[in-house]
Design a protein around this ligand. Structure first.
Ligand code: ASC
Length: 155
């Protein structure tokens, strides 16, 4: 019985290892993955635009938009770990994603989690209606974008 447990846990470690370190198998698969990553991040960018303008005083605060975009950013954040799972380093791609994303997966994923938490906070602050906290809550999301870009995006 002990042997069986040892064997099955070894198999589980192997399986989870394969899930966490999945390497792209072809140029086409890698290029698709990069396209999908970029599409996801463009939708993130489109949801940052309006609320970023609010935080910079370029448009009036709108708590409903902050809450809606906060919800979207949370959901987009929850997709990121999957979208960056495939290791595409071996292939020549048009990408700003630095190789160290796949060397530092734990840190990369913790930065993704920072975005999710900041997006949840943005929704809570928007719901509270306390305008004195709006700019800071939006800025908190923006800092998670920058925090990850500084480390893992080219330029
Ligand atoms: C944006 C955007 C980013 C982040 C970053 C925050 O709106 O497109 O990449 O915010 O500029 O520092």
């Amino acid at each position: 019985m002990k042997k069986l447990i040892a064997l099955s846990s070894a198999a589980m470690i192997l399986v989870s290892g394969a899930v966490f370190a999945e390497e792209a198998q072809s140029q086409k698969q890698a290029a698709n993955a990069a396209d999908f990553r970029q599409a996801l991040l463009q939708v993130v960018r489109s949801n940052m635009g309006d609320i970023g303008a609010m935080a910079r005083g370029k448009r009036d605060f709108d708590a409903a938009i902050m809450e809606k975009n906060g919800m979207r950013l949370e959901q987009l954040g929850m997709m990121m770990e999957d979208y960056f799972r495939l290791d595409t380093r071996k292939f020549d791609l048009e990408t700003d994603a630095l190789d160290k994303i796949w060397d530092n997966k734990e840190d990369f994923n913790s930065k993704i989690n920072d975005l999710i938490v900041a997006a949840q906070n943005l929704q809570a602050v928007a719901k509270s209606g306390d305008q004195s906290k709006f700019a800071q809550a939006i800025g908190g999301v923006g800092r998670t974008c920058k925090g990850c870009h500084d480390e893992y995006k080219a330029e």
